[in-house]
Ligand binder design. Structure first.
Ligand code: ITT
Length: 331
C-alpha cells in the first residue's frame, strides 16, 4: 500500500513559477507546510530520463536527498499526436534558454503546418507527480487531458502552452479560462486527485473553497441564491425552470428542455457534465405533465440514472409547469 502523508514540511520540487502556483493551490486544503525548491536554494537537476514519470521521480528524489524532507515533483508537457508525441518531455526545452513559450507554441504550429497535419490538431497535456521520501519511499501518479490545438493562441492566463490548448468539452483555452476552472479538471488536478486518494487523509484539513455560479436570472438576487454552488468534488444546481431569454414556452416538454439546457450550462461552467449527476428532483404542477416531460428527461438521464424524486406541487409563477434540480459529484 502507498505510504500516507503524515504531516510536516513538503518540498515542492519545481523551478517553474506557473506550476508552483498551481501545486500550492492544489495543496492548500490539505494543511501541508509547502516550501519551494527555490526557497531552499536547491539546484535544478538535469532531466535525463525518457518519460514523464522517470523525470518526476528523478526531480523528487534529488530534492528529497538534498533537503532531507519529502519532496513532490511534477513532470509535465504537451504531446501532439501529429508530431509523434513531441514536444512531450521536451516541452520546457522547446521554449529555449529564455523560456519563451510564444516561440515554443509557434514551433508546434509551424511543424504541424509543415507536415500538413489534418484539422482538428489534437494535443494532450500530461502530468506525472512523484512524491519521494528521504528514505527512498515513493509514490507516482499521472493525469492526462486531451484537447484541440488552436491558432492563434488565445488568452494570457495560465502558463506555458496554455493559450493554444482547448480542452475537450470547453469553449475557452486554458489561457482564457478562470484558473479555478482549469484546476478543477486539468492534467495536474487529475494526477493530484490520485495522489490525494492514495497518500493524504480522507478529509481536507481546511474546508475546500466554495464557488458560486450565476446564470444572471433576476430571481437570483431577489431570493438570494446561486444557479449553482461548487464545493470540492460536488456541484449543486438550483431548481431551474423553463425560461429561455426571459420567455416561458407553453408546453411542459419545452420547459423541461430549456431547464435542462440551463442546467447543462451551469454544470459545464462548474467543470461538470450530465454524466456526473447523482441526484435529480423533478417538480411538476400537474401529474399530467409527467408524460410530456419524460422523453426530455430520458434524453439526458437514461444512461445516467440518478437517484430521483418526482413531486407534484405549485410553482412560484402561473406560467411555470416544471422545475428541475440536480446534484453532481466528480470523485
Ligand atoms: P521544473 O522541472 O522545475 O518543474 P519545468 O518548466 O522545466 O520546471 P518540465 O520539465 O516538467 O518543467 O516541463 C514542462 C513544460 O510543459 C512546462 O515548462 C510548460 O511549458 C509545459 N506545461 C506543463 N504543464 C502545463 C500546463 O498546465 N499548462 C501549460 N503548459 C504546461
Amino acid at each position: 500500500m502507498t505510504r500516507r502523508w503524515s504531516g510536516g514540511k513538503l518540498v515542492v520540487a519545481t523551478h517553474n513559477a506557473g506550476k508552483l502556483r498551481e501545486i500550492a493551490e492544489l495543496l492548500a486544503p490539505w494543511g501541508v507546510e509547502a516550501v519551494s525548491a527555490g526557497e531552499l536554494g536547491l539546484p535544478e537537476p538535469e532531466e535525463t530520463e525518457t518519460s514523464f514519470i522517470g523525470n518526476a521521480r528523478l526531480k523528487a528524489k534529488a530534492a528529497a536527498q538534498a533537503s532531507g524532507l519529502p519532496a513532490l515533483a511534477d513532470d509535465s508537457g504537451l504531446s501532439v499526436a501529429a508530431l509523434d508525441g513531441a514536444p512531450g518531455i521536451y516541452s520546457a526545452r522547446w521554449a529555449g534558454p529564455d523560456k519563451d513559450f510564444g516561440f515554443a507554441m509557434r514551433r508546434v504550429w509551424s511543424e504541424l503546418e509543415a507536415g500538413r497535419a489534418p484539422e482538428p490538431r489534437r494535443g494532450a497535456f500530461h502530468c506525472a507527480l512523484a512524491l519521494v521520501w528521504p528514505d527512498g519511499g515513493e509514490a507516482v501518479f499521472e493525469g492526462i487531458v486531451e484537447g484541440d490545438l488552436v491558432w492563434p493562441p488565445r488568452g494570457s492566463r495560465g502558463f506555458g502552452y496554455d493559450p493554444m490548448f482547448l480542452p475537450d468539452g470547453e469553449s475557452e483555452t486554458y489561457g482564457e479560462m478562470e484558473p479555478a476552472r482549469k484546476h478543477a479538471s486539468s492534467h495536474r488536478a487529475r494526477a493530484f486527485r490520485h495522489l490525494v486518494a492514495a497518500c493524504f487523509e480522507d478529509k481536507p484539513v481546511m474546508a475546500s473553497t466554495r464557488r458560486l455560479i450565476s446564470s444572471g436570472s433576476p430571481f437570483e438576487s431577489q431570493l438570494g441564491y446561486s444557479r449553482a454552488v461548487v464545493q470540492g468534488d460536488w456541484a449543486f444546481v438550483s431548481g431551474t425552470t423553463g425560461y429561455a431569454n426571459g420567455v416561458m414556452p407553453e408546453s411542459a416538454a419545452e420547459q423541461a428542455r430549456n431547464a435542462l439546457a440551463v442546467i447543462g450550462k451551469a454544470l459545464a461552467e462548474a467543470g461538470f457534465g450530465f454524466e456526473h449527476v447523482v441526484r435529480a428532483t423533478y417538480i411538476v404542477t400537474d401529474a399530467a405533465h409527467v408524460a410530456e416531460i419524460t422523453p426530455e428527461l430520458g434524453a439526458v438521464f437514461s444512461e445516467i440514472r440518478p437517484a430521483a424524486t418526482l413531486v407534484v406541487a405549485g410553482l412560484i409563477r402561473p406560467e411555470m409547469k416544471v422545475e428541475i434540480e440536480v446534484t453532481a459529484y466528480k470523485g
